[in-house]
Design a protein around this ligand. Structure first.
Ligand code: B12
Length: 389
């Protein structure tokens, strides 16, 4: 015993937090100074000026707030950054089952991470003898990846995710901002070097290779947006129905790290992790809530998932899905879903698929769906309906 209480010893408080975080599943913990990150702000401003985050409506005010932890806690001096590994083995998938990103197939990570952060913040407050913390994870304006990189938790890769030195990029980030001046850790001097596997593998060309992303092309963004997915990008989405892991799956340090998520990160069940697409296309609100309310897929509502199922079926080009798509085009209460079902039927273009489109053409009252039907039928406009000649 030194006789020194943690209250007067920032290094001891840091030690307590690190030990408690690791004991509860964190892969790494490190501390960054909380002064404004001018470099990150500059990068964000450039990104917004290029329109990289146009679908998110971010503006300079967001960059200013996100790069200055004062906006979360007045008098902030340190940011304790936590990386929580979540990679778990992918589920087995049969044909016509959709692909869901690893981050979304488990119990909603926000609940786990916020509980961990609250626990750690209580330890700091207790040791300091006062309320000296605020927690952040995802929803507050804080450049989480920038502060994690500054703390040396890892480096930001060309896929723009933070790659933790030991755990790869499949890590969630969370922070405890505090007015205590804790001993900071040093940033890693690391980059992706000449590796560009993520850039080459990205199905939509969202990654530029200079550590920037056009988020409006990212499949994670496309599958979460609440309006129509641009037609020219739909075929590139493949069988993803929520999020996308391609850039991380091919990332060498992430591959080397392997499956480092614990039991709590594994898939809730097979229907959530690899949903049968026809079943997903028929999903209505009650069943949606029952199935997805505990996951990070629950917040956008059921129509978005039905739309994504229609796109994935259009990409699967399997004629057995035509009756379900035709029923969706006829009956789905959401015009956006009917429109994407029309697109999928046009892609499959079997005689029954084209017939369903023609029948619906004269009955559909929503203009956007009528446009989708017309575009789907356009390549076949001058042809006798197949199978009827
Ligand atoms: C909006 C958002 C999205 C959007 C936009 C993505 C994006 N690239 O920003 C969408 C829906 C596309 C998305 C997708 C994903 N997301 Co997201 N997302 C967010 C959220 C809520 C805000 C991010 C934000 O402010 N973006 C605006 C840009 C301008 O800011 P930025 O991300 O901080 O990026 C800048 C800085 O990092 C800067 N930078 C600063 N300093 C430095 C220094 C160097 C050397 C370099 C190179 C760069 C750099 O570079 C960027 C400039 O463009 C964060 C949580 C948060 N509050 O940070 C989670 C978050 C970034 N997402 C996360 C995850 C897990 C994902 C997905 C993997 C989910 C999935 N599988 O589908 C994908 C990954 C897609 C990708 N390749 O980026 C994790 C990332 C964890 C990690 N290891 O990095 C976060 C941190 C959530 C969390 N708490 O864990 N996401």
């Amino acid at each position: 015993m030194t006789g020194r209480s943690p209250r007067s010893d920032p290094a001891a408080i840091k030690g307590l937090v690190v030990a408690a975080a690791l004991a509860r599943g964190a892969g790494s913990v490190a501390v960054a100074p909380a002064n404004p990150d001018a470099g990150a702000r500059e990068r964000m401003r450039d990104a917004f000026a290029r329109g990289d985050f146009a679908t998110w409506g971010y503006a300079d005010g967001y960059a200013r707030a996100a790069c200055d932890p004062e906006h979360i806690l007045a008098g902030a001096k340190s940011v304790i950054c936590i990386a929580l590994p979540y990679a778990t083995p992918p589920p087995r998938r049969a044909p016509l089952q959709g692909r869901v990103s690893n981050y979304a197939w488990s119990r909603d990570y926000h609940l786990r991470l916020r509980a961990l952060l609250a626990h750690l913040a209580a330890i700091v407050d207790e040791a300091a003898g006062a309320a000296v913390t605020a927690i952040a994870c995802d929803t507050k304006p804080l450049a989480e990846r920038a502060f994690a990189a500054r703390a040396g938790l890892g480096w930001i890769g060309k896929h723009t995710n933070l790659i933790a030195a030991r755990d790869g990029s499949f890590v969630f980030l969370g922070e405890i901002v505090t007015t205590l001046e804790l001993p900071p850790d040093a940033p890693l001097r690391k980059t992706c070097g000449s590796c560009s596997r993520c850039v080459d593998a990205c199905p939509t060309g969202a990654l530029r290779g200079d550590y920037t992303i056009d988020a409006s092309r990212c499949i994670a963004d496309l599958t979460q947006r609440t309006d129509a997915i641009p037609r020219e990008l739909r075929a590139m989405i493949g069988d993803w129905v929520w999020g996308c892991d391609v850039c991380q799956d091919v990332c060498p340090p992430t591959q080397r790290a392997g499956a480092r998520g614990d039991e709590g990160m594994s898939a809730i069940d097979a229907t959530v992790a690899a949903p049968p697409l026809v079943d997903l296309l028929r999903l209505r609100s009650g069943e949606f809530k029952r199935r997805y309310r505990r996951t990070a897929m629950g917040w956008r509502g059921s129509a978005v998932l039905r739309r994504n199922a229609a796109v994935a079926l259009g990409n699967a080009l399997d004629r057995s899905s035509v009756p379900a798509l035709a029923a969706s085009l006829r009956d789905d209460p959401h015009a956006m879903v009917r429109g994407h079902a029309a697109w999928a039927l046009g892609r499959i273009a079997s005689p029954p698929a084209l017939e369903a489109l023609r029948v619906r053409q004269s009955l559909e009252t929503d203009e956007s769906v009528r446009d989708e039907i017309a575009l789907a039928l356009e390549p076949f406009a001058n042809r006798t309906p197949l199978g009827t000649a």
